[in-house]
Structures are given as structure tokens and as C-alpha cells.
Design a protein around this ligand. Sequence first.
Ligand code: FAD
Length: 470
Amino acid sequence: MEFFEITCLVIIVTCILYIYHKRKSQRKISDFPSKYPADKIKNKEKNHYDVAICGAGPAGSTCAYYLAKLGWKCLLLEKKKFPRDKYCGDAVCKTAIEILIDMGIYDLLIRENKAHVADSGGLCSPGGLSYIGRSKEVIGEIPAAIACKRLHLDDAIAKAAKRIGADLQEEWAVNEAKFDNSAGLWTLYREGSTDTLKARVLVCADGSPSRLATQLGLISRPPDSTCSRAYVEGGTHKFKADGVVFYNKEMLPGYSALFRHPNDELNYCVYIIPGNPKVTPDDLKHWHDYLQTNDPNINRALGKEAKIERMNAASLRLGGENVSYGHHVLIVGDAAGMIDPLTGEGIHHAMEGGKIAALFLDEAIKQGNYDSDLMKIYHQQWMNKFGFDFKWSMIFCQMMYRFPILLDASAAALQRKGDKFLAKWADIMTGRVPKIYMLKPEFSLTIGYELIRLLIARYSASTKNQNKTQ
Ligand SMILES: Cc1cc2nc3c(=O)[nH]c(=O)nc-3n(C[C@H](O)[C@H](O)[C@H](O)COP(=O)(O)OP(=O)(O)OC[C@H]3O[C@@H](n4cnc5c(N)ncnc54)[C@H](O)[C@@H]3O)c2cc1C
């Protein structure tokens, strides 16, 4: 009897703690007390910034753009001088394009021939099945993707943030940030100088190494992986489509891709995605070179005369960090691991994350509270929007690695169903709809049907071979 009573008591206490925790984690911004009521007065003459952002990549500049648009005094610090390069595949997908349109810079990038609208694209499966479709007619006005060099893209977003009122300071590398609890302010220290600046809230948007957030003790692990980039000179290759993803069986779930830029230039990238014990980030150079000559599809697409620049590479922080907030501080973009582990792509999530952070901070500043528990709401917002989907991506990566035939079946399904199916496939791969949509009958039955056909075909081919050799 005593045992029964103790068990009941433990269950009841656990339930109460669970409900308390749930309620606490579902608190709204307005539930928190106002600690800095004067903050809500929008005044550019304040002697500190409302928000200081470290890093003017797509995440930081988008965050700065929307904060400045909402009238807050916002500082955007960038260690390099624009225009500056960033190693990337340069594929910018629809979610990011929508934000570029909202900022009024999309048309300019196209008009100035700094971006190429992707129309024809698709994939080559590990078993050699391919589908290259067209998207313009299926998708409508806003394209599925564009290719835009980061030299142009990041410059355009940062300058848009500046035009709308953010204080962009280039060649201002943040060396350190210290928080003064009594004043409720951050002091930012410039590398190699005695310059300092003050702000109420700090946003770490310094890319996948996440140096500042690591220094502050918010991030504790290094980036997961790495990716290569090499530009291919226009007129020297044989590639005719706008964007193709090549899956090679030996390096799954990683892949390589070719994206077309204006003037027939190409971007050749190899993404190492964790999950295959035989392929590590240290092997990137090997795979980058190996696929060019040994993958028949890439080899054919590049041709014998292709002039390819030497390989460049940068790190990837995949799948979302468990914590992207702290007392008076948020982390956005690659610094918070906002890269989809299925694709290694993150420009659209960096921009979406930057916008979510700005809209969240608008509410927090009006409330005058930046406690860690309140900042956690931002983390929940981006996790709900796209972060939880990364968990499905990781499962799909494992499935691709263990059963490459699933990609062959998907390519066969694309061949049979055509461009509408390709558009829906692209929506899933770029996170516009949740990955779990793959389990909808429309996908699972179609791919399942092709899977059975492939299995039967391969079985009968292998029995024929066996009979021949006997
Ligand atoms: C080779 C490669 C290919 C990729 N291909 C694609 C692709 O095709 N499509 C896609 O969507 N994604 C791709 N990605 C991912 C994409 O590059 C990132 O998701 C995106 O750049 C994230 O933007 P961000 O603003 O978070 O970080 P970043 O773009 O890294 O920007 C961080 C900024 O912070 C600045 N900074 C850093 N430290 C400091 C400091 N101390 N003080 C001041 N400034 C600082 C940096 O100079 C930089 O400007 C690729 C990544 C790699 C490595």
C-alpha cells in the first residue's frame, strides 16, 4: 500500500511539474514585467543602440533591415568591407526571394544581371536516373530559385538595411562583448582598436564558427561539416540546365551541385553531410576533385575543357542549436545552426530567422524586458517555423544513406509525374512545406510504387545475370 501511495505521489508531482514547465514555456511577452519602460520611446538620439548586430551576412542584415524599418536604433557591425565574397553555392530559394522582394532589391539584382533566374533543374540519382524539369510555368511569378553571387547578394541586403536607417559600420570586427548588469547594457569592443559601442540587446549573426556566441558560453560545439565551392568559367563547360543536384552513392547523404550564374558561369559545390562514417569533413578536397572526373554525370556536364577555379571551402553548422538566446542576447542564422541538414542550405533560413528575430525584438523592446526566459520565446518561434523540421531532415539523411534506392525511386517518380511533382519536391527540399509531407500518399504511394518496380527490375536483372554465368 505504501508503495502504491508513493508511486501516486510521484506521478502527481511529475504531472504538476510538467504542467508548470509547459505553462512557463508558453508564457507570452506581455506576461513579463517591464524593466526598461523608457526603451519603447523610439529616439535615434538615445546614447546607446536598442540593438547591436554582429555580422552583416543575410541573417544580420535582414534582422537590421526590419528593426530599422520598425524605427529602432539599430547598429550593424561587419568585420569586412562590402562588396565581399563568401564561399557559398549561391542558390537562393523562394523564401529568401520573397524577403528580397519585400526589401525592394530583387528586381535590381535581376536588372543589373547580378542574379540568374533558375528555370530548368532537377536531380541525378545514385543509380543514374535523372529528371530535369522546368519550373517557370508551374510555379508562377516568383521563381523557385535564383543564383546570385554572395558578392552581390550580401552587399545588396546590407545596403538596403543602411538605406532604411540601420547604422552599418564596415571593417568593425567585434573582438569581445561584455554585459553590465547594473546599466542593462552591452559594451562591444573593436578588434585592434580602443573603439567601443553600447547597446541594450546583442544579436550574434557572425556565421557558422559562431565565435561571439561561443565566447559568451551560449554555443559549446564546433560546426558539424564543410562544403566546397569553385566557379567554372562561362563558355568552357557543357552544362545546359540552371541547377542540378548530383547524388553519388559513395558519398551519401552528401551531394554535389551545379548552379548557373549570369554569363554562362557555373558554381560547382560539394556538400559533406554527416551520417556516412566513410565520408568526413576532412575528405572534402578528395571528393571535390574525385567527383569531377569519376562521377559520369558531373564529368559529362562539365566536359573536358571546363576551366574551374581552385577549391574554396567553409564550414556548415547544421540542424539548429538547442539554445539560441540568453540574457539580452539572441543568435541568428548559421551562428544558431539554421542550416537544413538535408541540403546544407541556409540563406533562406538565415533571412527568415533574421526577420523573426526583428519582429520578436520589436515586441520585447516595447515590453522593456530582455530576460533569458523571455528571449526563449524567439527560440520557440523559429523552431516552430522551421527548426523542428530539421529533425525530419536528419532522419531522411539516414534513409538516403542506408537506402540509396529511395533516391532512384524518387527520380523515377519525377520522370513519370513531371514538373508539378518537381515543384512540390522542391518545396519540401527547401523547407517551404514540412518534410513530413513526404509521407503523404501523394508522395509515399508514388515513390513506393516506383520502389517496387525498381526492386522487381533489379531482382530479375540479377537472376538473369546469374543464369548467364551458370
Ligand atoms: C560552400 C558553401 C555552400 C553553400 N551553399 C548554399 C546555397 O547554395 N544556398 C543556401 O541557401 N545556403 C548555402 N550555404 C549556406 C549559407 O552560406 C549560409 O547559410 C548563410 O551564409 C548564412 O548567413 P549568415 O548571415 O548566418 O552567416 P554568414 O553569411 O556567414 O555571415 C556572417 C557575417 O558575419 C561577419 N562576421 C563574422 N565575425 C564577425 C565579427 N567578429 N565582427 C563583425 N562581423 C563578423 C562575417 O564577415 C560575415 O559577413 C552554403 C554554405 C557553404 C559553406
